[in-house]
Design a protein around this ligand. Structure first.
Ligand code: PAF
Length: 293
């Protein structure tokens, strides 16, 4: 496995691969790799000959007061995990490689960035769109693989790729979960024991709404109420958003659902006196579909 730090060097390696007929997959990450990321690498290996994992904690997607400084950085373990998972290449840029001094160019997916996570984190998706564009330009992949846990991010990247005409297939990989259903996330490392005990409330909320939907409930407010009741059982959990939206456009769902609908949820566990844990915000989602049976 090779480690490449320079954009031009990565582009040259990609050109060599393409000239030799090898398909390239890119797995963009911010490091702190867990089994969820390794599932992305496994999917990338199924779809390409060369798997490039990028590891870069992108400062522009963190707002003021967010966890940029505290974001977990576990480079040695990440490199070992990439090697073990069969990655061919790790792209490890520093800030100057991706944001040369004086850089002024940003990429903005205007509408898809507004609701859900974008409402509370106004600069976040501009940072994501900008860095993902730079990573696609640098790695020149045929396929780029992302997790479905960050559903809004995935929708936005699909739109970015379409709008800018990148010749790359965007692949979403289903969320990996702990045995109790908690979605794997680098931010789970911030949870203290009390928060961790309550965190499965997110998946239980999704299950409750999905159960009601499977039983025939189509009223938007009733489905949201079923999910909200599960979060209410977790005394320290505060709903940041709980919404039903169109999975493609992210437009609000109608009062009666008609067709596949995204249920998206963000929950905050505020810092408490006596615990070293700070505020932790977790997200999860489920697409409610008509059952096939
Ligand atoms: O999902 C992430 O880890 C990041 O948002 C991404 C796509 C690597 C961009 O920094």
């Amino acid at each position: 496995m090779e480690v490449v730090r320079d954009v031009r060097a990565l582009q040259r390696r990609a050109d060599e691969d393409r000239a030799a007929g090898r398909r390239i997959a890119l797995v963009p990450t911010m490091g702190a790799l867990h089994a969820g990321h390794l599932a992305l690498v496994a999917e990338a290996r199924r779809r390409a000959d060369v798997v490039c994992v990028s590891i870069y904690v992108n400062p522009t997607q963190f707002g003021p007061g967010e966890d940029l400084a505290a974001y977990p950085r576990t480079l040695e373990a990440d490199l070992a995990a990439c090697r073990e998972a069969g990655a061919s290449r790790v792209f490890l840029p520093d800030d100057a490689a991706l944001y040369p001094p004086g850089a002024q160019t940003v990429v903005e997916v205007t509408e898809l960035a507004k609701p859900l996570c974008g409402a509370a984190r106004p600069v976040h998706f501009r940072g994501v769109a900008t860095v993902v564009t730079k990573l696609l330009v640098a790695a020149r992949p045929d396929v780029a693989v992302f997790g479905e846990k960050d559903f809004q991010q995935l929708a936005l990247i699909r739109r970015l790729v379409r709008d800018l005409g990148f010749d790359v297939e965007v692949v979403g990989v289903p969320t990996l979960r702990e045995p109790d259903g908690l979605a794997l996330s680098s931010r789970n490392a911030y949870l203290d024991a009390a928060m961790r005990g309550e965190a499965p409330a997110l998946v239980r909320a999704l299950d409750a709404a999905e159960g009601a939907h499977a039983a025939g409930e189509r009223r938007r407010d009733a489905l949201l109420a079923a999910a909200r009741a599960e979060i209410a059982k977790a005394p320290h959990a505060e709903i940041d958003y709980l919404e039903l939206r169109d999975p493609g456009s992210l437009a609000p769902a109608p009062e009666r659902l008609a067709g596949p609908t995204l249920l998206a949820l963000a929950v905050r566990f505020p810092a408490r006196a006596g615990s070293a844990a700070g505020d932790v915000r977790l997200i999860d989602n489920r697409v409610l579909k008509e059952s096939l049976s």
